[in-house]
Design a protein around this ligand. Structure first.
Ligand code: NAI
Ligand code: UGA
Length: 465
């Protein structure tokens, strides 16, 4: 059995809420979807008639928004109205690592989630299905249920966990053909109805066998587990990259060799300057915190190593630039190709580039950055957020240019931090003529044609080769 859903509200118009709801609206034209957010600028950008101004860059997103916006997809700052009208409410707000108090630097900060729950409790005028879309610590649904069931309204709030597995840069493809959709809920009669109701929304386009129902705790913990396993794979291959550099083994050859074992599989074995993004570090740290809070110290230490290895990888890359620059980068210009945490996104959260730059700034380097999608102010904000160098120092040492050729003039080295496809197709001969000699390239993504660059005269330093 399922309920009829006519109106959905999503609280949080971010990287998850925006694309996810746009696709739900696309595939369920009979449902009105309201995305609400307290960030006025963000909502204004989502409503901009110029689709190039959407707050998020994702291939295919603007087409979906163009098709649905104003039809059955709406963006608004009126959170209360959104909650009031909805039969089903997705909570898709940010859950960053705590920067204060107990669990600082590890636990997820759940204040935004709690605020949403309290707001729903105080505004709702009828029963609602409340869906956790944000990534949350296992057993958060218990706290939500507590807040909602203690409201004076007396209405029934059914809580579901429906974590999101999309990756940035491929969000629309991932949403259109997901490996699976996970829905956790209570095994009561009303819980089952709620799960079936949400399943039916996805089944508008996702094959039924890919919509998986579990209990709510399994669903919450599956999300953290998936991200931990993915991050662990990268740290594992990155650990091998360090060993490769000592032994003349080639990490890409190793990835290929082990990836052909069907038990291991070929995906997510690309060695890099280190993983970034808003979630891997946050979610693994959260897992470490949860394990510790249950007294499972060995479990906590095991996962903590994934983060330590990632920090080591970023540091190793920066140290190599320094070492190969005759042990000093003071006053030297290092050109960065890429700042985003991966290609095809303008998101820079936890990007490895930030930490590599910070380490080079410790050594008094000058950095000139080109990224096809990241703005100047974003770069400065990322570096200033670390609070390691003054804003004046950062702005005097770091420049952002809107053309790769403007980055490389008189550069002592080029460092590739993001795997943007366009980097492969540049006129490297022209670049060679502009950089200082010896011409050093540090390819933090192993994307460039080393042989060709060597022929042009470059020294190419790879990860794990
Ligand atoms: N970014 C990603 O690729 C993925 C993120 N996730 C998870 O999804 C959640 C959201 O992540 P993002 O979309 O990246 O975050 P985001 O920071 O891009 O968006 C969150 C939005 O929520 C809004 N917000 C916060 N409190 C609010 C409130 N009380 N009322 C109304 N709006 C409020 C913020 O203004 C912001 O625009 C996080 O838990 C994250 O771990 C899960 C899968 C993928
Ligand atoms: O919870 C989340 O936020 C999401 O986190 C990741 O998605 P995302 O961070 O957007 O992007 P990924 O493609 O996973 O890349 C993360 C980082 O790992 C790096 N990476 C990825 C793959 C690889 O083989 N090697 C590697 O270094 C990327 O360059 C990037 O810096 C997961 O892939 C999603 O399933 C999940 O929903």
């Amino acid at each position: 059995m399922k309920k009829e859903i006519k109106n959905i509200c999503c609280i949080g118009a971010g990287y998850v809420g925006g694309p996810t709801m746009a696709v739900i609206a696309l595939k369920n034209p009979h449902i009105k979807v309201n995305i609400v957010d307290i960030n006025e600028q963000r909502i204004q950008d989502w409503n901009d008639t110029d689709l190039d101004k959407l707050p998020i860059y994702e291939p295919g997103l603007s087409e979906v928004v163009e098709h649905t916006r104003g039809r059955n997809l709406f963006f608004s700052t009126d959170v209360e109205q959104g909650i009031r009208d909805a039969d089903m409410i997705f909570i898709s707000v940010n859950t960053p690592t705590k920067t204060y108090g107990k669990g600082k630097g590890q636990a997820a900060d759940l204040k935004y989630i709690e605020l949403c729950a309290r707001q729903i409790a105080s505004i709702a005028q009828r029963d609602k299905i409340v869906v956790e879309k944000s990534t949350l610590p296992v057993r958060t649904a218990e706290a939500l249920s507590d807040i909602l069931s203690n409201s004076e309204s007396g209405f029934n709030f059914e809580i579901l966990s429906n974590p999101e597995f999309l990756a940035e840069g491929t969000a629309i493809d991932d949403l259109l053909s997901p490996d699976r959709v996970l829905i956790g809920g209570d095994n009561t009669e009303s819980g089952q109805i709620a799960k079936d109701t949400l399943s039916s929304i996805y089944e508008a386009w996702v094959p039924k066998e890919r919509v998986l129902q579990t209990n709510v705790w399994s669903s919450e913990l599956s999300k953290l587990t998936a991200n931990a396993f993915l991050a662990q794979r990268i740290s594992s291959i990155n650990a091998m990259s360090a060993l490769c550099e000592k032994t003349e083994a080639d990490v890409d050859e190793i990835a290929r060799a082990i990836g052909m074992d069907s038990r291991i599989g070929p995906k997510f074995l690309k060695s890099s300057v280190g993983f970034g993004g808003s979630c891997f570090q946050k979610d693994v740290l959260n897992l470490v915190y949860i394990a510790k809070s249950y007294g499972l110290d060995e479990v906590a230490e095991y996962w903590d190593q994934v983060i330590k290895l990632n920090d080591y990888q970023k540091r190793r890359f920066a140290d190599r630039i320094i070492k190969e620059s005759y042990n000093t980068v003071s006053g030297k210009k290092i050109a960065f190709f890429g700042w985003a945490f991966k290609k095809d996104t303008n998101d820079t959260r936890e990007s490895a580039a930030i930490y590599v730059a910070d380490h080079l700034l410790d050594e008094d380097a000058e950095i000139v950055i080109y990224d096809p999608k990241v703005t100047e102010e974003r770069v400065y904000a990322d570096l200033e957020y670390l609070n390691n160098h003054s804003s004046e120092y950062i702005r005097s040492r770091v420049k952002i240019v809107n053309n790769p050729f403007n980055a490389v003039g008189d550069a002592h080295a080029i460092a590739v931090l993001t795997e943007w496809d366009e980097f492969k197709d540049y006129n490297w001969e022209k670049i060679y003529s502009k950089v200082l000699k010896p011409a050093n390239i540090f390819d933090g993504r192993n994307i460039l044609d080393k042989q060709e660059l060597n022929t042009l005269g470059f020294n190419v330093y790879n990860i794990g080769k």
